[in-house]
Design a protein around this ligand. Sequence first.
Ligand code: ZN
Ligand code: ZN
Length: 277
Amino acid sequence: MNTTQEQDNNNNDNVLIESNSSPTSASIAQLQSSSIKAKSDEFKARYTKGKRAQEIVCVVVFFALLAVSTQKMFTLYFVQNIWVFFIASLLAMIVADFFSGIVHWGADTWGTLDTPIVGNSLLRSFREHHVVPTQMCHHDFIETNGDNCMAVVPVLMFTAFSEIRDDRYDLFLLCFLVQLSFWIMLTNQIHKWSHTYKLPALIKFLQSSGVILSKRDHAIHHRNPFDKYYCITNGWLNPYLASIGFWKRLEEIITYATGAIPRADDLAWTGVDGDQQ
Ligand SMILES: [Zn+2]
Ligand SMILES: [Zn+2]
């Protein structure tokens, strides 16, 4: 059973419980689609013109700063220190993958749509994604990448305008931060590709070779109750973090300290009961 079917069935279960009747297949489908549509409409209503304008500004500023920083990176003794570039590149991909896991886990696990600052942006998109996983495939470039661009603008302002000394340590820091920003910015686009059926051959190759998140790996996250494989840049860390129960241990510490229940709001939206799995 694929993810969309799982989601549809979960919503279907809710509707059946709420209606307390024995609907026909046709009415089940109607109730099911109206339930998903109602949730989807609420998510869309929260994507305001102000939010859209903020995202456009962030995307434009991001690419301007990336251009300046990249030009700086490739003009600073690049050939002589190619190994610095490759070590920084590898580390940037690993750290970006870990950041993607932390942010995804945090957004899936805690808070609500009314949480200040992140509720109507970050949390809204993750809640919507679990209710209608393929909805993000209808988001354009701005909506897909606006938030991630905003997150790394301060880093790129540093790399674009700070003075770089003529030594390998500064070059390493510059290469690392520029590429970290690039991969963080691209993470939601990569996530979107993992849900997209028709893709260019190059993207398929990058997925199958493991350079970016593969569809197969990400499908593991979309199994109820959405509590593992949170890393969505390249997914390299997912098996290792799963093997040590990293996210579960983190949740236990936070629940112990605050009393908060992991994924309480996400379960309310998806109508998924983890015990049913
Ligand atoms: Zn998720
Ligand atoms: Zn997904």
